[in-house]
Ligand binder design. Sequence first.
Ligand SMILES: Cc1ncc(COP(=O)(O)O)c(C=O)c1O
Length: 360
Amino acid sequence: MSERVYNFSAGPSMLPVDVMTDAAAQILDYEGSGMSVMEMSHRSKPFEKIITEAEANLRTLMGIPDDYDVLFVQGGATLLFAMVPLNLMQNGKADYVVSGQWADKAQKEAAKFGDARVVASSKDSNYTFIPKPAADEYRKDADYVHITWNNTIYGTKWPVIPDTNGVTLVTDMSSSILSEKVDVSKFGLIYAGAQKNVGPAGVSIVIVRKDLVGHVRANTPTYLDFKIHADNGSLYNTPPAWCIYIAGEVFKSLLAKGGISAMEAINKRKAAKLYDYIDASRLYSAPAAKEDRSLMNVVFVTGNEELDKKFVAEAKAEGLVQLGGHRSIGGMRASIYNAMPEEGVDKLIAFMKDFESRNA
Ligand SMILES: Cc1ncc(COP(=O)(O)O)c(C=O)c1O
């Protein structure tokens, strides 16, 4: 087998090796059942235990209060761009903060169903900062305010939970869930695709306050109603069982490693050493506003497109892969999710130093 690389992809991205090793050991015979989780009925006892434990462990990890439902659904964060307005837009009004392309896509999807106003946008500054409206800029009668907690493409994140003037706050946490402590009770709804910090692509997590469930608009397809999933323990139809199983194993592994506070400390250390080096270097710079810097996606450039391409190619030859920036902005992006070992970040910095000494 070839050696594993340090994979800095924005997603799908690295998963914990302990989880994959354990899953590999059980791939043909899960806990003496004589079959793989992939072959198992989602109504069977072993799978019931898998999904129940996954939910319970996620609740423990994130401190999710009892008045919230936790749902495992399919369709990625992209389908949630539609499910959120279909379920929550009772007055037909929502305010969106557009801090990147994903936020823009969420807003455009919601605009199909009602008045999805762009309350602020940093598009004119290439999304290098998080626009932060004052509380009274949000409409009091909006059904919700939507923000994108971490902007995967631009490497920015909200430094604080915004004051929305009492309006329900909804957030896309696809690229930062489980990376730092968040007070779930400050949000009406949190959603995230799995393929960064949670598990394989194919399952999304929805954490929604119970009073927001059960008001879906008429003619909404059954699958898109949060209530159908809440009432059926995410087992209304055949769920992405393998993805839920791996997600559950990731949750167990995170708990064993000290939970989110432990991950947050490591993530802060990993990001700080990378940003500190970039700030001190003469070759590299980070376009994102300092106060809004992401812990998960570190975006940087040399200022010379050809040199950026050379960097990405040479890094790849050293086993540091997927360092190219998003195709829409170029440059470099190091995605350093929970499963990226600190050693990977150290190796990246060592490579950056060497590249700088040869190309400054
Ligand atoms: C913040 C954010 N939201 C939404 C998406 C889209 O997610 P999915 O591919 O699961 O639909 C992504 C994908 O990278 C993302 O980073």
